[in-house]
Design a binder for this molecule. Structure first.
Ligand code: MOS
Length: 734
């Protein structure tokens, strides 16, 4: 159990403990759940983006075979609005409030029938007469309402305006990134069942604790009467952070028909129902000396927002922490449009990184300084806003190790100088400073008489490895084999947990497990306090440690006894302890660090066809202690693939006239396939973080950040084309 405190970076690369269940199809995902008497729901969605419903004719649908209910705003009971959500702000508006249409694809009715086919057929029979008004669309639309600094997260340091005015070199450009859509493989599903006033929901969510609170608030029932279950989830990428209107409608339908109801979103409905990465534009101004020192940064980020939705999208927030620049101003704006509500999509903030890391690359050419060297000249040795030491920062090491593995020194600086036959070769790099989070989390850990340990928390595993790292940590801390630990998560009845979001869960849950394990050893010692038969009688927590299923003295491992012997002698079936973390940055004397990374990309562009191929990407990542090297590597590889998608392929296209999403299928919305994904090299550097109880800093999102800038910078190096809008498409390169 000394591993957690030791300076060991890489945790054992054990296989996923849930792997066998998944590959044999035995892991129950929300869409797999069924009940006797279960019926099916299908959504009817608005075909206009703005206006009102004049009338609904549901008679034919109601008369169709198997139909149990057609619920619209005309017959739906009033629902309360959902609660304020930590991190995310107000919940999405509750559905079927009134006859107003705020976006194309808004849910206007839910049809419930005995079979899915009957519900699908009947949904087509619902006739809606709309009064259409002109939708407000387009991020530059002058008629759109604009929210300025909606979250109070602006950075003001020094005097950016004055420093820009007097800078030796000034940079001023704009960037644009298309909207993108979270496309977890698992279609989001809700199965809802009422037992009297108690609601049980199997839900595709990344946050059971908040889903329970949301449903309890909306249906005005006590939180203890709502149970949200999600033992397995087929991905989330941020789409599952909210409890969206379709889930509320399914619970409402179950109440009205008094049967268990299942709703599975279709792939096109995933584009309109569970958020998306907002479209963004950015203006970035830099002031620098000729020697390459940044003297001013002014960064304005604009993102799109639904007409009445809230979304805490912080485009420019990382800019203030990334470099040692004395004068920094960052501002965020949100533009209200008639579009489905955006939400978090893996790595919110990656947009801002694209701008600043592209801009530094441009500056490196202006000044004739190597791009990597330019970043080192502006390295933030301490947190540039607070002046406090970082709780850990190995970005310099990321640069050094990444550059070495990539072979950065082979780069010849002149544009187009690395041609190979018809291929223009380019090298590009980007630095990454990303936010980290530890959030309040609770867990209960117990040891049973058979020597097995149980870890229980309302946390979730969205496919990232929570089961596995929680198992590893508990085994390590309690001195057990991995096979003796059982982790139960994905149930809101268990101890409250934060979301599997914001790259926060492994660290938060891990910290709570560490606390609980310590408390559990104390509980065992308490049991032994008066036990003259125990060699551990009267010992204190600091005197003992655990290994091989037994507690023993730190100084003399031969003095101790097994958990099983203690429990048997005291006729106890199990002993349990609770643990929690409540991270407090104030007064810690350090700036809690998120992960850092350096990314290096090689691209090849066919000089005649404009065909862009990524040849390889090297990612050097400081995420503090790596809990499981195999899972961590897989996280970074997966996120890098997503970064390639963001950079070269993904674009959610809103029809500018109708507001309809024009490419809401896997046939039309392009994501990377194997042929798009080159050799991806991942290396972890750094050391355990000092602010994190288990030394880790989270790495669910950092893997996507910096990919876009590294590729775009490589494209410039190869071709001299500076691309400041994503995705980079072939027409921009011809
Ligand atoms: Mo992540 S975008 O917080 O799932």
């Amino acid at each position: 159990m000394t591993v957690v405190t030791a300076n060991k970076l890489l945790g054992d690369p054990v296989d996923r403990v849930d792997g066998p269940l998944k590959v044999t199809g035995a892991a129950p995902y929300p869409s797999d759940v069924t009940y006797p008497g279960l019926v099916h729901a299908v959504l009817v969605q608005s075909t206009i983006a703005a206006g009102t419903i004049r009338s609904i004719d549901a008679a034919d649908a109601e008369a169709a075979p198997g139909v149990l209910a057609v619920i619209t705003h005309e017959n739906a009971p009033a629902l309360a609005e959902g609660p304020m959500t930590p991190l995310l702000g107000p919940a999405p508006p509750s559905p079927l409030k009134d006859n107003r249409i705020l976006h194309h694809g808004q849910h206007v009715a839910i049809v419930v029938a005995e079979t899915l086919e009957q519900a699908t057929a009947a949904a087509r029979l619902v006739r809606i007469d709309y009064e259409e008004t002109a939708p407000v669309l387009g991020i530059d639309n002058p008629e759109a309402a604009v929210l300025r600094n909606p979250w109070g997260l602006e950075t003001q340091r020094g005097d950016a305006a004055a420093a820009l005015a007097s800078a030796e070199v000034v940079y001023d450009e704009t960037f644009a990134i298309a909207a993108g859509t979270n496309n977890p493989l698992g279609l989001f599903a809700t199965v809802a069942r009422w037992e009297g006033d108690r609601l049980i929901v199997h839900e595709s969510t990344q946050w059971p604790t908040m889903a329970r609170q949301t449903l309890a608030t909306v249906f005005n029932v006590p939180e203890n009467d709502v149970q949200v279950l999600v033992p397995y989830l087929g991905g989330g990428f941020g789409a599952g952070l909210r409890t969206w209107p379709h889930a509320i409608l399914t619970a409402l339908a179950a109440r009205l028909v008094d049967r268990p109801v299942k709703l599975v979103l279709t792939r096109p409905q995933m584009f309109t129902s569970v958020g998306h990465r907002a479209e963004t534009t950015q203006r970035l101004r830099l002031g620098a000396t000729r020697a390459g020192r940044l003297v001013a940064i002014d960064h304005v980020g604009t993102s799109t927002l639904g007409a009445e939705a809230a979304n805490m999208e912080f485009i420019s927030i990382e800019t203030g922490a990334a470099y040692a620049c004395p004068n920094v101003a960052t501002h965020d704006r949100q533009v209200r449009l008639n579009i489905p509500s955006p939400g978090w999509m893996r790595g919110p903030g990656s947009e801002g990184n694209f701008a600043i890391e592209s801009a530094l690359d441009e500056l490196s050419y202006t000044l004739g300084i190597d791009p990597l060297e330019l970043r080192l000249r502006n390295y933030a040795e301490v947190h540039p806003q607070s002046g406090l030491p970082w709780s850990s920062k190995a970005l310099r090491e990321c640069y050094r190790v990444g550059a070495e593995r990539f072979g950065w020194t082979r780069r010849t600086p002149e544009i187009g100088s690395m041609r190979e036959g018809n291929w223009l070769v380019g090298y590009g790099m980007a630095g990454v400073t990303f936010g980290g989070a530890q959030l309040p989390c609770q867990v209960r850990v117990s040891i049973r008489r058979d020597g097995s340990a149980h870890v229980r928390s309302a946390a979730t595993d969205i496919g990232t490895g929570t089961y596995t790292v929680a198992t590893q940590l508990a085994a390590e801390l309690l001195g057990l084999d991995i096979g003796q630990v059982r982790v139960e998560i994905g149930d809101s009845d268990l101890a409250p947990a934060p979301p599997s979001g914001g790259s926060s869960l492994a660290t938060s849950l891990g910290g709570a497990i560490r606390d609980a394990a310590g408390n559990l050893l104390r509980a065992f010692l308490n049991v032994l306090a008066e036990d003259h038969r125990s060699p551990l009688q009267g010992r204190r927590r600091d005197d003992v440690t655990a290994a091989d299923g037994r507690i023993h003295l730190v100084d003399d491992p031969s003095v101790g006894e097994t958990y099983s012997d203690i429990l048997a002698r005291h006729e106890l079936d199990e002993l349990a302890a609770d643990g929690e973390i409540n991270p407090q940055a104030d007064g810690a004397g350090m700036a809690p660090s998120g992960p850092f990374a350096a990314r290096f990309a090689e691209v090849r562009i066919d000089a005649e066809l404009g065909l862009l191929r990524v040849a390889r990407i090297v990612s050097a990542v400081d995420a503090g202690r790596i809990l499981n090297e195999k899972l961590a590597r897989s996280q970074i590889i997966g996120a890098t693939v997503m970064g390639i998608g963001m950079t070269m392929l993904e674009e959610t296209i809103f029809d500018p006239g109708s507001g309809r999403i024009a490419n809401a299928t896997f046939g039309d919305y392009l994501i990377p396939v194997n042929a798009d994904v080159p050799d991806l090299d991942v290396v972890f550097v750094g050391e355990p973080d000092r602010f994190s109880p288990i030394g880790s800093k989270g790495l669910g999102e950092v893997g996507i950040v910096g990919v876009s800038a590294a590729i775009a910078n490589a494209v410039y190096h190869a071709t001299g084309r500076r691309i400041r809008s994503l995705p980079i498409t072939i027409d921009q390169l011809l």
